[in-house]
Ligand binder design. Structure first.
Ligand code: SAM
Length: 219
């Protein structure tokens, strides 16, 4: 079967049904986001599951997320943490942060997840200055123009053997044909680094939509 005949929605549905079915907590989190007027720009269930599997794969105990929204991806990630694990998630919008805190509390994860309010670049600089301990996994999913800045600010906060992940990695192909935007520059930075092993994993979003997650292992 050629790719033009592929039904991307059917493929996405198959993966979700087999491996990433939402439970009541995740469904309730999305419902609260919708009722609270948040945009539906959270990761898909299958991307949430991929994040969770990657966190488990490296035995992540400390996770950093940039771009909280309503805490949907934070729930998937925090569920991969051991009992003493911690997730710090950065958000600029206080309404988003409030919805996320409620969702995380309802998920029984409030004690493991800290939502830090503010411009992520500033918060990251503050973390450097305060000597924040290194993270095992960092997931970038906020304003795309700042991706190159997040790349530079996040790498020193990541332990060797840790994973740096960023969402919407295929947006240069899907939405930025000149490839001058923040994500294209981020991808180029990652590709040029000999101390990172990087690859983009395409992610099916259904309804003929494809995007990607870029993974960089810090060597
Ligand atoms: C795509 S959403 C995050 C989705 C979330 N990771 C999920 O999958 O559930 C991006 C979020 O980044 C936040 N954001 C945008 N610019 C930001 C900035 N400069 N600093 C911190 N957060 C920012 C937005 O308010 C929004 O909530």
């Amino acid at each position: 079967m050629g790719t033009s005949e592929l039904n991307l929605q059917a493929l996405a549905d198959y993966i979700t049904a087999a491996f990433a079915e939402e439970d009541a907590v995740l469904r309730a989190a999305r419902a609260r986001m919708q009722q609270s007027g948040l945009p539906p720009i959270n990761v898909s269930p299958s991307e949430g599951k991929l994040l969770q599997v990657l966190a488990r794969l490296i035995g992540a105990q400390r996770i950093l997320e940039i771009g909280t929204l309503g805490g949907y991806s934070a729930i998937w990630l925090a569920r991969a943490l051991p009992p003493e694990g911690k997730l710090v998630t950065l958000e600029i919008d206080c309404h988003h942060a409030e919805v996320a805190r409620e969702n995380l509390a309802q998920a029984g994860l409030g004690h493991k997840v800290e939502v830090r309010l503010g411009r992520a670049a500033e918060t990251l600089r503050h973390m450097h200055a305060q000597g924040e301990p290194p993270f095992d996994l960092i997931f970038i999913d906020a304003d795309k123009e700042s991706y190159p800045e997040y790349f530079e600010l996040c790498l020193p906060l990541l332990r060797r053997g840790g994973l740096l992940l960023a969402d919407n990695a295929l947006s240069p192909v899907m939405r930025d044909p000149q490839r001058t935007g923040g994500v294209a520059r981020y991808n180029a930075l990652a590709a040029a680094r000999a101390d990172l092993a990087s690859i983009i994993v395409p992610m099916l979003r259904g309804e003929d939509r494809v995007d990607g997650l870029i993974l960089s292992l810090k060597l």
